[in-house]
Design a protein around this ligand. Sequence first.
Ligand code: GTP
Ligand code: MG
Length: 382
Amino acid sequence: PNHTSVNNLSNLLNVRLEKLIQDLKKLGFTHASSNYILTKGYIELILQEYNYDFEVNEVVNSSNVYDELKSPMNPRFLETRPPIVTIMGHVDHGKTTILDYLRKSSIVSQEHGGITQHIGAFQCVAPISRKLITFLDTPGHAAFLKMRERGANITDIIVLVVSVEDSIMPQTLEAIKHAKNSGNELIVAITKIDRISNLKERAEAIEKVENSLIVNDIELEKIGGDVQVVHISAKTGENMDQLEESIISLSDIMDLKAEKNVKTVCEGWVLESEVKKAVGNVATVLLKKGVMNKGDILISGNSICKVRAMLNEHGAQVTKALPSQAVEIVGWKSLPNAGDEVIQAKSESIAKKYVARRQHLLQEEKEAETVEKLNDERVAQS
Ligand code: GTP
Ligand code: MG
């Protein structure tokens, strides 16, 4: 498997859950719990460290051939990274307005003003803690569905937006379901509070929304749960700082980390890609781990890139990118696909070798599939 929960791993290994959690804590996973998700690399590392008699036998195929390029996991290189946040909610409840507000206020606080580029993600600095938050812009689109299909969960926190005027609607319920299935943490933002100017009526309306959330199994703090609620207006900006600080306090608890050693091979995801006039192929890449520099060699699908330039969400050139940051990367020889993984290679020749190997494997897999189909047909005929 590419990832598994601690609970599941303890079953697989036939090791007591408590013992495994203890061992993990010794290894540096300070927040290990039964439903903590471990990726394949960490699983292998744990197996190694503890000589568990268990083999992860992995057949090399087109979908995992690039895994060989990845760094061996090293929890000692883990450093805190910004949370990656997705806004979800019913149509017209104010998702885009929230993102626009945060984006604008983050531009104002930046030196480079100017026009905001459309990029699949942006970072802003929370007002009190001065810590970074990454917001993903378009969680509905194809790239996200593709990543989700592959079991990649690139979001840490979901902000569920509910309009105080309309309360819970069908897509609110869908978002709640998604949050539960994905295991992402949840924060509720009851928005458009400026629409009700009478403070007593406003409080009543908010209370009504909160009660509906509770009825739908959202464990709000006021009933002893741990889901935070903020009451905001993305139009006037009221309590928007609270929203940002709620995200920060939750991410502090989540203790989000990524390997950020200079030697760590970079990994990330293509959020979107396009051909731009005068620049050529560009792709927005969300960095999962490592430190990306100008001049690095990247692979994604069949595409190879020598990073010629990296631009942040303000369209400003940056010389390096860090985990949880999204940058627009210029220098792709061909256009990579949104939703595909990005992996760094040591050199262009290594990158070429791996792309050729993947294509060869793809060809073989296609042929095997054809043969299988023919066999099935033959069996069906006889
Ligand atoms: P979809 O992308 O269509 O699902 O909608 P959305 O959730 O992104 O909603 P959007 O941000 O486009 O807002 C919908 C309407 O509500 C717009 O007319 C906004 O101006 C308005 N609106 C959003 N937030 C607020 C708010 O806090 N106060 C007020 N008064 N209006 C708001
Ligand atoms: Mg919108």
